[in-house]
Design a protein around this ligand. Structure first.
Ligand SMILES: [Cu+2]
Length: 511
């Protein structure tokens, strides 16, 4: 048995090979997603037209039970660790909520008051962050709301944002990659009373896909340490909802997928093996006005997408990730997994399926438009820094007037790909390199990928939850970068109470 602090591996570290060796090796074989020395770059599940090895029924995370107490919907989560056979015959040290890997799906409606008790049965501190939720900073589950072993923390708030696919995961300072990478992630679905004709039968035609990558050693017999790329730890085997080589037998011709990239660093460029369109219907924070047909959809860690897929009768095809460009050097792209082709899910149709109708439009709340006169802020992303600083939990980096909308311009000045997540809000990506953002980024977002030498302009509406002493975070959501301190803090203040009284011992934070 392994402990929750030790990887379930008893072997030596993998062979480290230099970029030069790698490039030479690639030149020799000349293919993408190549196999390098000692199987170091071996990626499992290379795509075929029909992936016949994908036969394990896709697991569906259970919906978390709740009870109504004094008008609140009350949930309970317990963080725990154990061993899980993520790949047949291979046990991994894992962590989860109410189980040893991943967590149940929390579901609540707009307008409801929710209360979540989170008990920590790990041997290390953790937190429970509600990623994408608009709520007071004190309930957000940041490093400031640490949950010590054998203790319970409770978050309570009223849900007030559109229907969306959010998620929850730990956010302990410096330990996020370890805990999320071991499986501490679950969906938090918000419903609202806006009527759509989208598939909505959870686990039947409304399917969650929580995608993580784990590392099997070359040869595929044991877990091993993942490779470290410029963007963090990259595994070579995809696990979906805890299922290795999953197969979904669809009962409907039109299936909605809620896709969460819960990986530490790996980006997935989704497409169908049939090349039929993925119809994007929702981004991180809610639904789009109409389905957007896409041939490919790139998701970086922390991002979600809701997509519709038409499954014809007699269909047998694969949702897979295909090579993409993260804007880095050829070698850095390669070590980051950007050249890999990975099958994610085999989809077939049962003979009793019913056909669904693709909606033309989807009702939704209006998105904000860019207007003049917004407060402007600029952030420069370095290798693991934001504005040349790393995270200091005692430093407030940015003070925002509660209820205001600001224009945040973020430039990636490094040679590494990053993404950018802001807590406590859903924003609009207005431009990328001064051009209107393409459709996958045209909806509500809380996390956006920013390639090297790229500038994004965000329109960020902040909530009215003023609290000058409890900060929200903004950070790179590539978890190794986050753990390295690529994170900063903002507080919301009332105009009537200008920043004066908080953290006076840290005057250097005022600028
Ligand atoms: Cu980063």
């Amino acid at each position: 048995m392994s402990t929750d602090l030790t990887p379930a591996t008893d072997g030596p570290a993998p062979i480290r090979i230099s970029r030069r060796t790698l490039l030479l090796g690639l030149g020799a074989i000349g293919v993408a997603g190549a196999v390098g020395a000692g199987g170091y770059w071996l990626t499992e599940g290379r795509s075929h037209e029909s992936s016949l090895s994908f036969t394990t029924p896709l697991r569906i995370p259970p919906l978390l039970e709740s009870e109504i107490v004094n008008g609140e919907r009350v949930f309970s989560l317990t963080a725990q660790a154990g061993d899980t056979q993520l790949v047949p015959g291979v046990r991994f040290s894992t962590m989860g909520f109410n189980g040893n890997y991943l967590g149940p799906t929390i579901r609540a409606a707009r307008g409801e008051h929710v209360r979540v008790h989170v008990t920590n049965n790990l041997t290390m501190a953790t937190t429970a962050h509600w990623h994408g939720m608009i709520l007071p900073a004190s309930q957000d589950g940041t490093p400031h709301q640490s949950i010590q072993p054998k203790s319970t923390w409770t978050a309570a708030w009223q849900i007030d944002q559109p229907a969306a696919t959010l998620w929850y995961h730990p956010h302990p300072h410096g330990q996020t990659e370890l805990q999320v990478g071991r499986g501490m992630a679950g969906l938090f679905l918000i419903d609202d009373d806006v009527t759509t004709n989208l598939p909505s039968d959870y686990g039947v035609d409304d399917i969650p896909l929580i995608i993580q990558d784990v590392t099997l050693r070359g040869g595929g017999t044991r877990p091993g340490p993942p490779t470290t790329a410029p963007i963090g730890r990259i595994g070579n085997t995809v696990i979906v909802n805890g299922t290795h080589q999953p197969h979904l037998r669809a009962r409907s011709g039109l299936v909605r997928f809620r896709v969460l990239n819960a990986s530490a660093a790996r980006c997935y460029n989704l497409e169908l093996s049939t090349k039929a369109p993925l119809r994007l219907i929702g981004t991180d924070g809610g639904l789009l006005p109409a389905p957007q047909p896409l041939t490919n959809l790139l998701l970086s860690p922390g991002e979600r997408a809701e997509i519709l897929i038409q499954v014809p009768k007699d269909a047998d095809f694969v949702l897979r990730s295909v090579p993409h460009d993260l804007g880095m050097s050829r070698g850095d792209n390669l070590t980051s997994g950007a050249d890999d082709t990975l099958d994610i899910l085999r989809i077939t149709r049962t003979s009793t399926g019913i056909d669904g109708v693709l909606p033309d439009t989807i009702p939704l709340t209006a998105h904000p438009r860019a207007t003049g006169g917004l407060a402007q802020r600029h952030f420069a992303l370095g290798d693991t820094t934001i504005n040349d600083k790393t995270m200091d939990m005692d430093r407030i980096d940015t003070v925002v007037v509660a209820g205001s909308t600001e224009n945040w311009t973020i430039t990636n000045t490094s040679t590494r790909a990053h993404n950018f997540h802001i807590h406590g809000t859903q924003f609009i990506v207005d431009t990328i390199n001064a051009e209107p953002a393409p459709s996958p980024n045209r909806g509500w977002k809380d996390t956006v990928l920013i390639a090297p030498q790229t500038t994004v302009e965000l329109i960020v509406p902040f909530s009215s939850f003023a609290d000058p002493t409890t900060p929200y975070m903004y950070h790179c959501h590539l978890l190794w970068h986050e753990d390295q301190g690529m994170m900063a803090q903002y507080v919301l203040t009332d105009e009537e109470h200008p920043r004066a009284s908080w953290l006076p011992e840290h005057d250097e934070a005022h600028h």
